[in-house]
Design a protein around this ligand. Structure first.
Ligand code: HEM
Length: 326
């Protein structure tokens, strides 16, 4: 009798466990991403980048959806970073498959919003364990990644995006996507699931662009002449959309609201800039913005902290040894 109870009790638990993909630790992620020879003192992913300063000019259109002060009409400064994907801080800009923008806003001494966005609008996979396998396949080479995508039909939207993507000639001319969804929460406690994109206001051809640091040089020259402006556009989910699945784009027919403009007014080499000391953890959120249950968000937060811990420790050791951060 006792045995029967045990079986009845354990079977549903075990089948639930069987459906969950195994956990990947932050250490495992960062070990894999940094590769065999870590570049000490640098981010273990998106290692090559440049610090940005500027401000968000809010038009007030999103104020009724979220109680964050950022969306009231007015402006707020940020510390940002453009980067290219990869673990090598001296890799050629134009070889990177993904370009990125990260922003950090300080609403007060205790409240910040940090975000890190990429050029693809969706991920190829929807859970941390499968993402880990995707990185393993990328590192194993073209045959392995092709086999991986064949085994993962959920990557189809990512692959369609990749097939048509034409890299531009400037960080200023890319679209940067939140990919993961978040909730806007207003003062009545109403929640709206959203994704967002920073949409460029210039188009720049990649013809004639060359050199290892082509994008970094281009953006440095550009910002010396003009501000770099993006429209911050939110897409509102409806009940048919799954906010916890970053592999599926929401239909084009969904309502979109432009919250204002991101205006970049200055750039600084990353080792001298303020962005170097910031961990753009996507779960650092102000009142009025909340995380969804998308498991990728938690994995990101843990991995960014581990990467930050390693690079901060290395930078400190280098300083103590009088080496600086070369
Ligand atoms: C499980 C999935 C992911 C893992 C494990 C991961 C891991 C990492 C790590 C370890 C870093 C370095 C953090 C640091 O030292 O500051 C990083 C940076 C970054 N990641 Fe991810 N990432 C994931 C998914 C994503 C997604 C979906 C996006 C885009 C929406 C993204 C965008 C970025 C950007 C833009 C940076 C650079 C931020 C900066 O400039 O400091 N990552 N990622």
């Amino acid at each position: 009798m006792k045995k029967l109870y045990l079986v009845l009790f354990l079977t549903p638990m075990m089948s639930a466990l069987a459906q969950e993909p195994p956990e990947v630790t932050a250490q495992q992620f960062v070990n894999l991403q940094q590769g065999e020879n870590a570049h000490e003192g640098f981010r273990r992913a998106h290692a090559k980048g440049i610090c940005l300063s500027g401000e968000f000019r809010s038009n007030g259109q999103l104020a009724s959806y979220s109680k964050t002060a950022l969306f009231e009409t007015g402006s707020m400064s940020f510390i940002g970073r453009f980067s290219v994907a990869g673990n090598n801080p001296t890799a050629p800009d134009l070889k990177a498959p993904v370009r990125s923008l990260a922003l950090s806003f300080a609403m007060s001494s205790t409240e910040q919003w940090r975000m890190a966005m990429n050029t693809p609008p969706v991920m190829a996979v929807k859970d941390p364990h499968t993402f880990y396998q995707q990185i393993q396949a990328i590192q194993a080479g073209p045959k392995a990644i092709q086999a991986f995508f064949t085994e993962h039909p959920e990557s189809s939207e990512f692959l369609s995006w990749k097939a048509q993507y034409q890299p531009s000639g400037s960080f200023a001319a890319e679209t940067y996507n939140s990919i993961n969804a978040f909730y806007l929460v207003n003062s009545n406690g109403e929640k709206q699931a959203v994704r967002w994109a920073m949409q460029p206001t210039v188009s720049v051809s990649a013809d004639h662009l060359e050199g290892v640091d082509a994008l970094h040089q281009e953006i440095t020259n550009r910002v010396a002449k003009e501000n770099i402006v993006f429209d911050w556009v939110f897409t509102l989910a409806n009940d048919a959309d799954d906010e916890n699945n970053p592999t599926k784009a929401w239909p084009d027919s969904r309502e979109q609201i432009t919250a204002g403009q991101i205006v970049i007014t200055g750039v600084t080499p990353q080792l001298q800039g303020e962005c170097h000391g910031i961990n753009y953890d996507p779960l650092v959120l102000p009142t009025g913005i909340e995380a969804t249950r998308d498991p990728i968000l938690r994995a990101r937060s843990a991995a960014y902290a581990e990467s930050y811990r390693r690079r901060a420790k290395e930078a400190l050791m280098a300083e103590l040894e009088g080496r600086g951060n070369e």
